[in-house]
Write a protein that binds this ligand. Structure first.
Ligand code: M6R
Length: 629
């Protein structure tokens, strides 16, 4: 949650930080703010609501040519999304301003100590507590070295900043580290101070933070798109590390020992184009339409001479069972794969919601393979589950989209989904790519276990699918529009599916509710008669997935049961099948219809949300990556 950025360099920092925040807005968008130094004085501009409100405010500010600035776009955790809670937060003394992503769990304890010392708080945030905690540590150090606190002699310190710059920086680093050592929970925090006007400090613990290396300019941010127009050279910070940047260079150090840490520089393979809308009205639409390419990219290099090549796994033993752990859409992808893993690899598979898994007392065993799935690789619950398993000594396979993310780095092995940046909060192409990887995983273990799985047929279908999908997406969109307009009256929706369509039904319902705010529930078709069917009436429609497989007859009966209670049904069918239903939606025939049904449902939710005037890319109350519990 929350997007943060810091910049030191030769360009005007404020417009650059605003631009960077725009590319991070998917991470949180209920309020925003930035800080910069103007003649050694800390200036903070904050605003409630979306970034455009902050832009308006900044435009009214006379001088924004400062070469150093930090910024934040927020997804509220502590206190309402109002201006006083927006970041940056300054300490009482004005010695530091910070932006923060994460949650300081012991903030109340620290706040009580600071209150007792006379500090006052203007917001409800844990971040303001952290800002004052750093300032308090700093005051202690300044007192010891210069006989006065910042609070007492701010002007004097500012005037001497040039002369004492190295000493001030050393003290600031110490204060920063000491305060962060007290903080429990999760943070990525970036600090700006008039005492060290040429430097930015940043640190992380269980929240994403990376540094961009340009020529005579350095960046820190929550995600690569923030600084992608300027550099693709990136250093991923690890937990309990901090970095000091200036226009002249950077130093990464251990937060506890202040020892320098050597870091690898990674080159990001995609450019800004991948993170731009490309003429589409929304990122979500662009990302749905990209899916034929995603299918191709995800398969690339993974099938050779009819065999599945996943060299990342070749050193792992063949497991006796598989346990999949994930959240949200990634969980749905995992649930979908259960059917194929059991069928093709003939391995028992359990699928778990990460937030539940990590607080049970799960009985694990060394013969099972634990798989965590996460688009962002930063989801707190999924990461927590991964860490729990790793701490107990079990290897974990990560399936992840974001290069260098925490899941990718902390898993024993990682299969990248290669879907490219997904900006829209609603996950679309990421799920499709996860499904490809999971299907390959099922075939791969089938291969290693010599099961009688129809690998050749499945691979032939997978190779054919990008063209089929490409050829059908435009028609699909028209059909999605037609049904979205017709059903926009609905207050609630059922999504029904059986077998491999069950997980898709859950996903269809998730997409509809998160985008259009229409209540929707996904059900296994066979479960309807056990209770939910009581809700059916002409105002409560169902979206039914009826694939041409061994379940078709039973699914048809389920649909007819809904219809005979006057329920309206949109039935998604494969060409060549028939159903007695008014609203039929045909998709081309293939042996793995989920790869076509998924984009159809995504388009339906997209068109519904757009028709109803909802904020498609940034639905209310949500954020792209949920880095808090
Ligand atoms: O990045 P992750 O795949 O770990 O994210 C998991 C969920 O937060 C995510 O899929 C969420 O459910 C999406 N908003 C769904 O569209």
């Amino acid at each position: 949650m929350c997007g943060i950025i810091g910049y030191c360099g030769h360009r005007p920092a404020v417009p650059l930080v605003l631009e960077g925040l725009k590319r991070l807005e998917y991470r949180g968008y209920d309020s925003a703010g930035l800080a910069f130094l103007q003649v050694s004085k800390l200036e903070i501009i904050r605003s409630e609501g979306k970034l455009c409100r902050l832009e308006e405010k900044v435009a009214q500010t006379a001088n924004t040519f400062a070469p150093i600035s930090i910024g934040h776009t927020r997804w509220a955790t502590h206190g309402l999304p109002v201006e006083k809670n927006a970041h940056p937060h300054a300490s009482n003394s004005g010695a530091v301003a910070i932006v923060h992503n994460g949650i300081i769990e012991n903030f109340q304890e620290i706040k009580d100590e600071l209150l007792a010392k006379g500090y006052v708080f203007h917001s409800e945030t844990d971040t303001e507590v952290l800002a004052n905690c750093i300032a308090d540590e700093l005051d202690g150090l300044l007192q010891r070295h210069f006989g006065k606190s910042y609070a007492g002699a701010a002007q004097e310190f500012a005037e001497n900043a040039q002369e004492n710059s190295l000493q001030y920086l050393e003290l600031m680093e110490k204060a920063f580290a000491k305060a962060l050592q007290k903080a429990h929970g999760a943070y990525a925090v970036v600090l700006l101070s008039p005492l060290v006007p040429k430097h930015i400090l940043a640190a992380r613990l269980a929240a994403p933070l990376l540094m961009g290396i340009g020529i005579g300019e350095y960046f820190v941010a929550s995600d690569v798109p923030a600084f992608l127009p300027y550099t693709r050279d990136v250093v991923f910070l690890d937990d309990r590390e901090y970095v000091v940047i200036s226009s002249g260079g950077y130093a990464v150090k251990n937060l506890y020992t202040a020892e320098p840490v050597q870091k690898e520089i990674h080159h990001i393979p995609w450019d800004l184009q991948g993170a731009a809308k490309d003429g589409f009205k929304h990122f979500m639409l662009k990302e749905i339409m990209e899916q034929p390419k995603v299918l191709r990219d995800c398969l690339a290099g993974r099938v050779q001479n009819g065999r599945i090549c996943l060299p990342e796994l070749d050193n792992m033993p063949v497991p006796e069972s598989i346990r999949i752990i994930a959240c949200g859409t990634s969980y749905n992808a995992g649930l979908w794969s259960q059917y194929y893993l059991e069928q093709f690899a003939q391995l028992p598979v359990t699928v778990e919601i990460a937030s539940e898994f990590r607080y049970r007392k799960p009985i694990l065993n060394s013969r099972e393979l634990i798989v965590v799935i996460s688009q962002s690789g930063e989801t707190a619950d999924t990461l927590g589950a991964l860490r729990l398993c790793r701490e107990k000594g079990y290897p974990v396979l990560g399936i992840c989209n974001v290069l260098g993310s925490s899941v990718a780095r902390e898993a024993s092995a990682c299969l990248y989904t290669q879907a490219g940046p997904e900006i829209s909060v609603a996950s679309t192409k990421a799920m499709l790519s996860q499904m490809v990887v999971l299907l390959l995983l099922a075939l791969y273990f089938g291969q290693r276990r010599n099961t009688a799985c129809p690998a050749e047929e499945v691979l032939a279908e997978l190779r054919r699918l990008p063209d089929v999908l490409e050829g059908t997406l435009a028609d699909m969109r028209e059909k999605a529009k037609e049904f979205a307009y017709k059903y926009a009256f609905a207050k609630s929706f059922f999504y029904l599916g059986r077998g491999t369509a069950y997980a898709l039904a859950l996903e269809g319902a998730l997409k509809l509710k998160e985008l259009s705010y229409i209540h929707a529930e996904g059900y296994a078709t066979g479960e309807m008669k056990h209770g939910p069917i009581a809700l059916i009436d002409p105002e409560f429609p169902a979206f039914a997935l009826a694939f041409d497989d061994e379940n078709f007859g039973k699914v048809r009966s389920g649909i007819l049961e809904v219809k005979s209670r006057q329920g309206k049904v949109i039935a998604l069918l494969q060409e060549g099948t028939v159903l007695d239903c008014e609203d039929l939606w045909y998709i081309p025939k293939t042996a793995i219809p989920e790869f076509l049904a998924l984009p159809a449902m995504q388009l339906f939710s997209y068109e519904m949300a757009d028709y109803l005037g909802k904020d498609v890319d940034q639905p209310r109350n949500l954020a792209k990556s949920v880095t808090v519990e």
